[in-house]
Design a protein around this ligand. Structure first.
Ligand SMILES: Nc1ncnc2c1ncn2[C@@H]1O[C@H](COP(=O)(O)OP(=O)(O)OP(=O)(O)O)[C@@H](O)[C@H]1O
Ligand SMILES: [Mg+2]
Length: 296
């Protein structure tokens, strides 16, 4: 499907939110049809995404293709918009008062901001794992894994098998198989994070977004999650934000470097490409300085 027109200036059509310059926002042209429910890893295309909060532009025309079955790392100094970009891929800002977005996000060619697609449907296709593990505290380990099914309205004939499958894929099964009915909060931080990954997997997403999933974890738990990511990426497209340059090199196939060039300006993608090239031979000298730890 060909992308529709894209605009990004206040006063121009936006996907949601009132334009600071034009309180009566015009609705952007949107695609029709549902998000496909296949089991293949999804392709996400962000096209000229700009984001404002209360009239302040924080992301400027970010265009990035996140390829099926690959891991894309989003890197850059604090405040350059990595989390904002990631959240925009999951429709997470549209209820934030004063938030405004322009551009497009396509999942397998379909606009996830289309009027025909609900945020719930988007989040079933595109899962999210946060910096701080957030298992449901009142639920057992097994029930945490199954928690998303209610949201999706789907049922499983064999809940036990699904729990085992998801916990295995998240690299947690061996550690919890004899305590599935204990509370999710009884696990260590690293185990809780893998439980959250297992919970995301239960609804068979095409894409998994991860915002610094290891930043609160010890090196061993971090390694386990990185191995899990490398296993999962055969079936699921993964986009991960990380401040850890070694981690970006270990887990990602592609990398996008975000930067606020001048204080007060919005964040931009300076460059993106295969991780190996971004770390060894980037085209922008600022990328080289950043990946070598010279700033940020
Ligand atoms: N809900 C919000 N309301 C207002 N401003 C926001 C909101 N979310 C993000 N911002 C602003 O957007 C800019 C980018 O923030 P973002 O959290 O995306 O940066 P980041 O690259 O993820 O930083 P870090 O590496 O520290 O997590 C910041 O200036 C931040 O203050
Ligand atoms: Mg962030």
């Amino acid at each position: 499907m060909a992308p529709g027109p894209v605009v990004d200036a206040p006063g121009e059509p936006t996907l949601y939110g009132s334009s600071p310059a034009a309180p009566t926002a015009v609705t952007a042209e949107r695609s029709r049809g549902g998000v496909r429910h296949d089991q293949e890893p999804g392709r996400i295309d962000a096209i000229a995404l700009s984001q404002w909060f209360s009239g302040r532009k924080v992301l400027e025309r970010c265009t990035l293709s996140m390829e099926p079955g690959r891991v894309t790392a989003l890197i850059g100094p604090s405040g350059c918009g990595k989390s904002t970009f990631l959240r925009a891929l999951n429709r997470m800002h549209e209820l934030v008062p004063g938030a405004q977005l322009s551009g497009q996000v396509l999942l397998n060619g379909v606009d996830i901001y289309s009027e025909d697609i609900s945020p719930t449907e988007v989040r079933l296709r595109i899962g999210m794992v946060f910096q701080k593990p957030n298992p449901f505290p009142a639920m057992s380990i097994a029930d945490n894994v199954l928690a998303g099914l209610g949201l999706s309205g789907s049922k499983t004939d064999d809940a036990e098998a699904l729990v085992e499958q998801c916990l295995r894929r998240a690299g947690l099964w061996e550690e919890v198989k004899n305590r599935l009915h204990e509370g999710g909060m009884s696990l260590s931080g690293g185990q809780q994070q893998r439980l959250c990954i297992a919970r995301s997997l239960a609804v068979h997403p095409d894409v998994l977004l991860m915002d610094e999933p290891c930043s609160a974890l010890d090196p061993i738990s971090t390694r386990v999650i990185e191995e899990t990511i490398r296993e999962l990426c055969h079936d699921i497209t993964i986009v991960i934000v990380t401040h850890n340059m070694q981690q970006a090199q270990r887990v990602s196939d592609d990398c996008a470097f975000f930067l606020v060039e001048t204080l007060g300006e919005p964040g931009r993608i300076v460059e993106h490409g295969p991780t190996e090239r971004i770390f060894s031979n980037p085209s922008d000298p600022r990328t080289l300085d950043y990946v070598n730890g010279r700033f940020g």
